[in-house]
Design a protein around this ligand. Structure first.
Ligand code: ATP
Ligand code: MG
Length: 391
């Protein structure tokens, strides 16, 4: 039934002079997304919207499903293409409405727009004449010009475009329009959600995972790869860096007080993440931290962790309750993977009573004990990292 899709933008419609940057990015993201769907597509931008024309064995549901994962889209309208000669158009519209909306009572309003100004009827005439025909032919439909259940939209272009349904898009901004950031991606519930949220603001996401073999298994690592793959449906391809963190962790464990282990380890994670961020042209870091969730996320701990960073650290979940994070994780499809019971490197050496109010000077003093070897170890871990391209 549908041969084209009309894509309406969200916020990007209001970006003034830079609007074309956002439109071009959205068009590219849409094109990339559709490359993974069956069929052939022509993606055109025109007057504040994007038109996708589909051909060659496509599946309309697959297309709308794919487009609901492209940030920047406010709504997707599946379009029926009809001959624009009025009698043919009328017949086609009636047939479509009967097929799609036959079962329930509906109020409607016709909206018409012409980009073909030579068309023999004006827009108000199209509305009047089509409206009358619909009332006559579709027994379940009555007019409501103020608050109709459905708008029957008609656009007269090289053909007549007819669309009634609108599927809600994800909103946000097209990925690639707001710079790049490095996500610290663990196998937990929070960090994939954090990556999703920042990508939704148009940021391209890279990721780093700290792996501690043999204390953390291959399956724990696979879980992170799986999570990266799930969020890449929204964020686009992700470069995932896997850092072997075992030696560094063991070294900290040997040299520093055990109740400070987590916080010192987290400081090194952030340092390494920032190093990778610089190498990947990122301007910020992203974590899934949330105030008070665990000892390492008290305000004091966050502040001591943050002290090593020079870049802004985006923590989109900082004020979220766990339950709200879980809801988002379920919505984006990461939850089931996140709750698989594989160990995280943070939990392996964790002390019974980790400090909840670390004092920066004291932590720095403990870190002095690492001076001999830590830089070399960090350098080595960065150099020998594994890099996967997730898509
Ligand atoms: P998550 O559910 O995201 O794992 P969490 O509640 O388990 O979070 P922590 O373990 O304290 O919390 O981690 C806080 C943040 O630090 C995570 O959200 C993530 O951004 C980062 N992080 C923790 N462990 C790792 C890891 N092994 N590799 C990469 N990043 C990590
Ligand atoms: Mg975790």
């Amino acid at each position: 039934m549908y041969q084209a899709f009309l894509i309406k933008y969200s916020e990007i419609g209001i970006k003034g002079k830079n609007r074309y940057i956002f439109e071009d990015a959205l068009r590219s993201r849409v094109t990339e997304k559709l490359q993974r769907c069956q069929g052939e597509f022509k993606v055109e931008k025109e007057q504040g919207r994007i038109y996708v024309e589909a051909s060659g064995g496509f599946d309309a549901e697959e297309i709308t499903g794919a487009l609901t994962k492209v940030f920047g889209i406010a709504g997707i309208c599946p379009v029926v293409l009809l001959e624009k000669e009025f009698e043919a158009l009328k017949t086609g519209v009636l047939r479509y409405l009967k097929e799609e909306f036959a079962d329930t009572k509906q109020t409607f309003k016709v909206k018409a727009k012409r980009s073909d100004k030579d068309y023999p009827r004006t827009s108000p005439e199209i509305c009047m004449d089509l409206g009358e025909a619909i009332i006559e032919e579709c027994g379940n439909m009555t007019v409501d010009v103020h608050n109709p259940d459905i708008y029957v939209n008609i656009e007269i272009r090289s053909e007549a475009y007819v669309y009634v349904k609108s599927i809600k898009g994800p909103g946000g901004m097209p990925v690639g329009t707001s710079g790049q950031a490095m996500l610290l991606l663990s196998g937990g519930i929070d960090s994939p959600v954090a990556g999703y949220m920042i990508a939704k603001r148009g940021v391209r996401v890279h990721a780093v995972y700290f792996h501690a073999p043999p204390y953390t298994s291959e399956r724990a690592k696979q879980k992170v790869v799986d999570l990266a793959r799930i969020i890449s449906e929204y964020t686009g391809p992700i470069q995932l860096h896997i850092i072997n963190f075992t030696e560094i962790q063991m070294y900290i464990y040997d040299k520093c007080p055990h109740d400070e282990l987590t916080i010192i380890m987290r400081r090194y994670m952030m340092k390494i993440a920032e190093e990778l961020a610089v190498m990947s042209d990122c301007e910020a870091l992203i974590t899934g931290e949330s105030i008070g969730q665990v000892a390492s996320q008290t305000t004091k701990s966050l502040s001591v962790t943050n002290e090593v960073c020079h870049m802004p650290v985006f923590r989109p979940l900082i004020a979220f309750d766990k339950q709200d994070i879980i809801q988002l994780a379920e919505k984006i499809g990461t939850f089931e993977t996140s709750i698989q019971p594989y160990e995280d490197c943070c939990t392996i050496f964790v002390a019974k009573h980790p400090v909840t109010k670390p004092v920066l000077e004291k932590i720095k003093k403990s870190e002095k004990k690492l001076e001999d070897k830590i830089e070399e170890m960090v350098g080595c871990a960065v150099k020998e990292r594994e890099v996967l391209r997730i898509r």
